[in-house]
Each structure stands twice: as C-alpha cells, then as structure tokens.
Design a protein around this ligand. Structure first.
Ligand code: ATP
Ligand code: MG
Length: 327
C-alpha cells in the first residue's frame, strides 16, 4: 500500500510563484510515490470576506492551476473541500477537543487578524482546526506545505495524538514535508514577509497568470540588499530570494548559480530571472486554458466521490469512538 499525502490551497486571489515553488511543485513530484489528495479549500477562503461570484470562479480556476502545474487526475484525487461535508463535520468534533490557548498561539491568526481579536472572525481563529480535519480525515502520512503552515501542522498532530489518547487509536499522526529550498518565497517588495495571495501590494508577488510585461516590471522593481555579490546569504534576504527562485526554476545547484552570476550585477540577475520566469510561465498559462468547465466536472465529481468514501469512513469511526449515535 502506498502512503498517503494530502495538501490544498485556498481559492483566494491568484496563485503566485511562492505557492508553486513551496507547495504545488512538490505535489507533482510526490504523486507517483504516494496516493495523493489535493483539495481546493474553499471553506478556508471564507475566513476572510470574499465576493461570492469571484470565490466561485476562483474555485474552478484553482483546479485548472493544479492541472496545469502537472497534478495528474488519473493518479491523484483532486476535489473541492465543500463537496465533502465531512470536513466541516470533523472540524466541529475536533473543536471540542482543541484548546483556546493552543489556537491563540497561532501566528497566522495574529497576522491575518491584524492583532485585533475583538474584531477578527471566529472562523479565522478556528481555521487551523478545519485544516486538521482536512488532513486527518484521509489518514494522511505526509503533508507537503510551505514553511508558514508548519505551526498549523503541529496543531494537527497534537489534535490527532490527543484524540488517539482519549478515545483510542483513530488517526494517523501526519508528518510535514517542507522543502529545503522554496518553503518561504518572500515578497519582492519586502523580503521580511512571505509572498502572499492576500497581500494588498500586488507588486510583491509574481502571479502564475501574470503577463510577461508585468513579470519583468515586478522583478526589475524588486528591492535589493546592500553589497554587490550575488550569493545565498541569510543576512541579504532580497538577493537570496531572487536567487532561490532562479535556482528552483533552472534546476541548477547553489554553486552553479553562484558561479553563473560571479562578477555580474543585480541588474543582470533581474534580467535573466525575468526571462526564466516568463519562459516557465508561458506554457503553464497555455495549459491553464485547456480545461473547460465540462472537462473540470469530469475530474472534480469523481474526485469528490473518491474523497468522500474515505472521509465518511474516518468520520464514522470518530463518531463511534465518541458515542455520537448513528442510525
Ligand atoms: P493567503 O494569503 O490567502 O493565505 P497564501 O499565499 O498563503 O494565501 P495558501 O493558499 O494559504 O496561499 O497556501 C497554499 C500553499 O502554498 C501552502 O502549502 C502554503 O504553505 C504555500 N505557500 C504560501 N505562501 C508561500 C510562500 N511565500 N512560499 C512558499 N510556499 C508558500
Ligand atoms: Mg496562506
């Protein structure tokens, strides 16, 4: 039996190169070795206000992005979270064993809630419990995510262990898979911050559907560090970030990248990087257009059915262990 992986992205705004390098690229690489479940987590998206028509469209567009990135529906299960109601049901159950204190420690809540607990949505606060449900329903072995999700994944593990301790072995305790390079691609405008879909400043992100001109302009205007050497160096996060994107898209090693840019200036790096990104995204964007609504339904409907058959099993065991009667 193959081990299982589960991961997802939110249909909030447009996916960026950080989502691709930190998550999607690894989803594709892992789908042979593992039995993979890739979810479009639309219930997570509403933790912040969304325009309904845009959210619906973004949900299907995200499926197109998964496919264009190379997720293969004949090998991996692709589905929409809300098509499998067990996600929300298990989230309720787990919210009864999660503790306020552990959720209060989640840094993403502090960031996205802008530190204002009085005004922040309850869903934003309990979001990590829904994420734990997403993962635990599938008895997941491995969860490929970016660095920003590490804390949430630790909470998923804690909830699984607590449930198993109190009600008997029920959930597999999942391991994170966080890539060594690319796990936290930074904003081009502020290398202290990760690139984010929900960042108000679009100049900080290279979106997967950006036009070549926009890509070149954003890279050209990216902030740089003091000094002139082009090397990987934690004390110079802006250049390290650009070089990391270059390295991951070209498949070169660190040393090859450093050698390649030896004696060259930042301008040179930016020009070359822009070309590499544009050439990488061109065929990607062509592939996104290939899937019409009909083709998507042919993938998402059986995906939801398959996911549901597994999720229902897990939820039924959970209810039985907890004494929630099912007739
Ligand atoms: P939002 O701002 O709406 O939360 P996001 O950019 O964080 O959007 P998500 O849909 O929350 O994107 O995350 C999808 C996946 O992409 C997750 O595995 C997450 O860890 C990863 N990811 C997000 N941002 C980055 C980044 N800057 N670098 C690498 N991986 C990232
Ligand atoms: Mg996020």
């Amino acid at each position: 039996m193959k081990k299982r992986i589960f991961s997802g992205a939110q249909p909030t705004g447009q996916l960026h190169i950080g989502n691709y390098l930190g998550a999607l690229k690894n989803w594709v690489a892992l789908q042979d070795e593992y039995e993979a479940f890739y979810c479009i987590v639309n219930l997570h998206a509403i933790t912040l206000p969304q325009d309904p028509a845009s959210l619906r469209k973004a949900t299907f567009d995200l499926a197109r992005i998964y496919l264009a990135a190379g997720v293969d529906p004949t090998r991996s299960t692709i589905f929409i979270q809300s098509d499998v109601p067990e996600h929300a049901e298990l989230a309720w159950t787990l919210s009864c064993i999660a503790r306020m204190g552990e959720l209060e420690r989640m840094t993403q809540f502090k960031d996205k809630g802008k530190g204002n607990a009085e005004r922040a949505g309850v869903g934003l606060f309990t979001y990590p419990i829904l994420m734990a449900s997403d993962i635990l329903l599938y008895q997941t072995d491995l969860v490929p995510v970016g660095q920003d999700q590490k804390q949430h994944l630790e909470l998923s593990r804690d909830l699984a262990e607590r449930f198993n301790r109190d009600y008997g072995e029920t959930f597999k305790v999942p391991e994170p898979y966080i890539p060594k390079a690319g796990a936290s691609i930074k904003s081009l405008q502020d290398p202290e911050k990760k690139m984010s879909k929900s960042d108000e400043n679009a100049a900080g992100s290279i979106f997967l559907l950006d036009e070549p001109d926009a890509i070149a302009r954003k890279i050209k205007r990216a902030v740089t560090d003091s000094g002139t050497d082009i090397t990987f160096d934690d004390s110079r996060p802006a250049i390290t970030n650009l070089l990391t994107i270059y390295r991951l898209l070209t498949g070169k090693t660190d040393d090859e990248c450093i050698e390649h840019f030896a004696g060259k200036g930042y301008g040179h790096l930016k020009t070359e990087l822009a070309e590499i990104v544009v050439e990488f995204l061109r065929p990607f964007q062509e592939r996104v257009k290939q899937y019409d609504d009909e083709a998507l339904m042919q993938i998402l409907k059986p995906g939801a059915e398959r996911a549901r058959s597994i999720a229902a099993n897990t939820l039924s065991t959970v209810y039985e262990r907890m004494g929630i009667a099912q007739v």
